[in-house]
Design a protein around this ligand. Structure first.
Ligand code: NAD
Length: 253
């Protein structure tokens, strides 16, 4: 029964940065597929909590600044306390800072790298330790970007971080796949969320990008949900170290 292999029934998924945008869409989709959700964000997540609970699944809302890598210890502890096990981690929290490379500040560089790159590894490390302790399979899904494949403009630190996410996804897979832990990534294309608001204000850039999106529109957060549920489910059990591009064809141009 192939459709059964897409079920997340009985699983617990931790999703970072899920108050809005792509994380919100992934949380709702994973709940629809049967998972209980632990939402972690620097801000409260009333909309995500409501969407998850409407599916009949449970939602544990945690507020944490994941720039502090020790914060994820508490996330794992509270997940186990409430649900007894952790099965899926979606490393989604992220920020960007836009500026030309000649003007890019050290402060902006450090801020972007801290959450988009460093936290991704240390959250994954802590989830992997928990999977190993539980002696159960685990799924780690890192949210990269098309900037893991192309340099972009005005996003030097973001590109550096997302390229690193793609590569550490492979490196973690190399060490953990034999332990039953699948580590994969999703590389979203241009998606209508708060993160892309400043870029969407740059008319010339938007026009130029639209000519490079064969599907002819920007992504909606929901466009990322199918790939996330797939990578979290047994249907993807032989996929490890991969980055699935969900970009409307953008990178093909
Ligand atoms: N929107 C796009 O076009 C696009 C494209 C490629 C990749 N992405 C990636 O998708 C992910 C989600 O982005 P989005 O577009 O939904 O943006 P968003 O700004 O709507 O959501 C990001 C979330 O991360 C949270 N967050 C930020 N810093 C945090 C911290 N220190 N601790 C905890 N939570 C924190 C925010 O509060 C927010 O809820 C990011 O990793 C982003 O880089 C987005």
């Amino acid at each position: 029964m192939i459709l059964n292999q897409f079920s997340l029934s009985g699983k617990t998924a931790v999703i970072t940065g899920c108050s809005q945008g792509i994380g919100n869409a992934i949380a709702a989709a994973m709940a629809e597929a049967g998972a209980d959700v632990v939402g972690v964000d620097i801000v409260p997540q009333p909309c995500t909590k409501k969407k998850v609970e409407e599916t009949g699944r449970c939602y544990l809302e945690l507020e944490a600044d994941l720039v502090d890598c020790t914060a994820f210890d508490d996330v794992v502890d509270k997940t186990i306390e409430r649900f007894g096990h952790l099965d899926i981690l979606v490393n989604n929290a992220g920020i960007t800072r836009r500026n030309m490379a000649v003007d890019f500040s050290e402060e902006a560089w450090d801020a972007v790298i801290a959450i988009n790159q460093k936290a991704v590894f240390f959250n994954a490390q802590k989830a992997a330790r928990q999977f190993i302790k539980q002696k159960t399979p685990g799924k780690i899904i890192n949210i990269a970007s098309v900037n893991a494949f192309e340099g972009g403009v005005k996003v030097i630190a973001y590109t550096a971080a997302k390229a690193a996410v793609r590569m550490i996804t492979m490196a973690m897979s190399n060490e953990w796949a034999s332990l039953g832990i699948n580590v994969n990534a999703i590389a979203p294309g241009f998606t209508v969320t708060q993160l892309t608001e400043p870029m969407r204000g740059e008319e010339d850039r938007v026009k130029e990008m639209m000519t490079r999106i064969p599907i002819g529109r920007w992504a909606k957060p929901d466009d990322m949900a199918g790939a996330a549920v797939f990578l979290a489910s047994p249907a993807s059990s032989y996929i490890s170290g991969a980055t699935i591009v969900v970009d409307g064809g953008y990178l093909g141009r």
